[in-house]
Design a protein around this ligand. Structure first.
Ligand SMILES: [Zn+2]
Ligand SMILES: [Zn+2]
Length: 247
């Protein structure tokens, strides 16, 4: 088994609240500089920046996972990760269908742009990506799993937009592949506070919106090789794979 450092919650220029410096080249450079092996691109309610970063990272050794951070109708944030472009694309159609058509005001909320490898703007999303989707958490979870993706409630120890602050509990029918804690949280403390047992994997992620927040926070994946299937096994603690939070 090998150890790989992963940060599965990273924002890019596409997120209205993220810095314009979170460009594909800077993200890849910084991930490599800090020795990360795996990152997931998780912009708010959109997967549109993923493919370019995956393509750019191809020969660098960095494994880039397609994803996004949804905001459900209950205002719960959750990471949704996908193996390939087909599932990412299908989920993007789902997002497009359920994102309210509220226009973004860049001067107030920030820009929502997709950029290419030369940092040229190739697309701008008109509807505000910070909105709550018109669909609930349960429906989103079912859609993610129908596409063989991973569904991970985000920053569960935060006082806002966490499954615990918004719902108060984990609905028994909701299938979670793991739960994410914030970069400053103590795993032990979060497990105690929310009564989360060892069979529930926790991952620590940066949730970086600015370059300086990105690179130092990670979760170790104990897996055989870099593949989506191996990540899934590790989160579900199957076939000897597992995750650990070492810092
Ligand atoms: Zn969030
Ligand atoms: Zn986030």
């Amino acid at each position: 088994m090998k150890k790989y450092k992963a940060d599965l919650h990273v924002h890019t220029v596409l997120s209205p609240c993220a810095d314009l410096d979170m460009s594909p080249d800077k993200i890849i450079q910084r991930a490599l500089y800090h020795g990360l092996d795996i990152i997931a691109i998780t912009d708010h309610n959109s997967t549109r920046q993923c493919s370019i970063i995956r393509e750019m990272a191809k020969d660098t050794g960095l494994f880039v996972v397609n994803g996004c951070e949804v905001n459900s109708s209950e205002e719960v944030h959750a990471l949704c990760l996908f193996e390939d472009d087909y599932s990412r694309n299908e989920f993007q159609k789902f997002l497009d269908k359920h994102l309210p058509a509220i226009p973004n005001h860049p001067s107030y909320f920030g820009y929502q742009v997709v950029v290419n490898e030369k940092n040229e703007i190739i697309d701008e999303v008109e509807s505000y990506l910070g909105s709550a989707l018109k669909v609930d958490l349960d429906t989103i979870e079912k859609k993610v799993h129908q596409l063989n993706g991973l569904f991970i409630p985000a920053h569960i120890d935060r006082p806002i937009n966490s499954i615990f602050t918004q719902l108060g509990f984990i609905p028994p029918d909701l299938r979670l592949d793991a739960m994410q804690i914030t970069s400053h949280a103590s795993e032990k403390e979060v497990r105690r506070q929310y009564d989360l047992h060892e069979e529930r994997s926790l991952i620590k992620c940066s949730d970086a919106h600015y370059p300086e927040d990105f690179g130092k926070t990670f979760t170790t994946f104990h897996i055989h090789e870099l593949s989506f299937q191996e990540l899934k096994w590790a989160l579900l603690q199957k076939n000897g794979r597992k995750v650990s939070i070492d810092v």
